[in-house]
Design a protein around this ligand. Structure first.
Ligand code: UDX
Length: 448
């Protein structure tokens, strides 16, 4: 089989490479010449564990190629996947201009039956717009060609995207014809070895599934953050409560970790877009509006604790920040809570010395020399008034706190991800603040 994947961002590159990995002939297409030149040399635009090796292997086997030429690349393909960006417009709705431009280009250049698959996260009704755009282009050149559209949302987690693609929990495909179903069934057969389902449904339901999945996950996080804040006020420990509820299979023990708010390229954008879509159609997503509100508040929780500890005076203080990316195993800084916290610290006249195992370059683009960057996690601690654990990279999980304590000016830890034990740190002479755990200060209400 042969496919084209348009857009070599995160989703497109992982999708194209994983299809090539199972023996499908894949061309990844992008309008960015530089990006394509780099990919041909094995230089990737993103960091994702295992992806670079997989790109190289499949390029060498000539199952994976890169091109800027959509017109030629879609010839002879069974399917073309649209995986270009859908950035949020000013009003929070997903901007479809890139998706529709690709649809038009496909309509201008296709010469045989093709399934055109939307892979980008797009609002309900987009596949219909894609169909229209292609029809218009075919009509403009009086081409009487059959084609189908399909919706195939991705559920890839950054940092685990390859694993998620190769061994998916489920694959969701929205189709409107048997022929399209057949093509998609053939393409995905190699990924169904683990017995998990390929679920076919109508196109609007597939489009909605993606938003519903992300909105549900964001809801779990905001719910737990709310509970964590209340735990603190009431003298309960959310780590215990989490374990207490997580063993109920109906609730589940995943995605109930409180922290400093969800970030990344998906949750904030998709929650906003779903609220917006509902609103445009005369319906109010009451739960999701609160999910968003809680998340905004949560980004300030760690900062409020810092202010409380230092009695509102951060001027001249130095803070070591461990972790900058929005989550571990990625260099993605989009909507990273670290950015909000750092901005607030700088506004108070504090200094920040940060370290992240992978995202330092990306952070430098955004923060420049407004902060300092440590060579490693220990160097970032030198003369710090406190350590802020912002992203729970595995290498931060078990540091040598005896060494850390000697490097720091004050032995204070603000743990934004609850990865340390208050008791362990107290034994080493540290003052510890977590999220939703018992706090060492009396004015609890003021901190959450
Ligand atoms: C998410 C979805 O998981 C994925 O299925 C979808 O395709 C894209 O969006 P991703 O953005 O890579 O993937 O990150 P994810 O691991 O889901 O984490 C999102 C955010 O939630 C992060 O900021 C993370 O720190 C936060 N989070 C996650 C919590 O605060 N607590 C949790 O228990 C889990």
């Amino acid at each position: 089989m042969r496919i084209a994947v348009v857009g070599t961002g995160y989703v497109g590159l992982v999708t194209g490479t994983c299809f090539a990995e199972v023996g499908i002939d894949v061309t990844c297409i992008d309008i960015d010449q530089q990006k394509i030149e780099n990919l041909k040399k094995g230089i990737l635009p993103i960091y994702e564990p295992g992806l670079e090796e997989m790109v190289l292997r499949n390029t060498q086997k000539e199952r994976l190629s890169f091109s800027t030429d959509l017109a030629t690349s879609i010839q002879g393909c069974d399917a073309a996947f649209i995986a270009v960006g859908t950035p949020p417009g000013e009003d929070g709705s997903a901007d479809l201009k890139y998706v529709l431009a690709v649809a038009r280009a496909i309509g201008q250049h296709m010469s045989d039956y093709l399934v055109v698959v939307t892979k980008s996260t797009v609002p309900v009704g987009t596949a219909q717009k894609v169909r229209q755009a292609i029809e218009e282009e075919l009509a403009a050149r009086s081409a009487n060609l059959a084609f189908d559209v399909a919706s195939n949302p991705e559920f890839l987690k950054e940092g685990a995207a390859i694993e998620d693609f190769l061994k998916p929990d489920r694959i969701v495909v929205g189709v409107a014809s048997e022929k399209a179903e057949e093509v998609m069934q053939k393409l995905y057969k190699p990924f169904l070895m683990n017995g998990h389902p390929l679920i076919f449904m109508d196109i609007p339901s597939a489009e909605m599934t993606k938003y519903a999945a992300n909105a549900m996950l964001a809801t779990k996080i905001s719910f737990m953050n709310d509970i964590a804040n209340l735990c603190e006020i009431m003298g309960a420990d959310v780590n215990m409560v989490r374990r207490g509820i997580g063993s109920d299979a109906r609730i589940g023990n995943k995605f109930i970790y409180p922290g400093i708010g969800y970030g990344g390229s998906c949750f904030p954008k998709d929650v906003k877009a779903l609220i917006r879509t509902a609103n445009e159609n005369g319906y109010q997503m009451r739960v999701l509006k609160s999910v968003e509100e809680v998340n905004e508040h949560q980004k300030s929780v760690l900062f409020n604790k810092i202010m409380n500890h230092f009695q509102g005076n951060l001027a001249g203080k130095t803070f070591a920040v461990w972790g900058l990316s929005f989550k571990p195993k990625t260099d993605d800084m989009r909507e990273a809570p670290s950015l909000v916290i750092i901005k607030k610290l700088l506004e108070q006249g504090a200094q920040v010395k940060a370290y992240d195992p992978v995202a330092m370059k990306e952070a430098q683009h955004l923060l420049g020399d407004t902060i300092q960057y440590g060579k490693d996690e220990y160097e970032a601690l030198i003369d710090a008034d406190a350590l802020l654990l912002v992203t729970e990279w595995p290498e931060f999980r078990s540091p040598n706190f005896t060494v850390a304590g000697k490097l720091m000016k004050e032995k204070v830890v603000f743990d934004g991800r609850n990865i340390y034990e208050a008791k362990d740190l107290a034994e080493k002479g540290f003052t510890y603040y977590g999220i939703g755990v018992k706090q060492p200060v009396s004015e609890l209400k003021a901190t959450v």
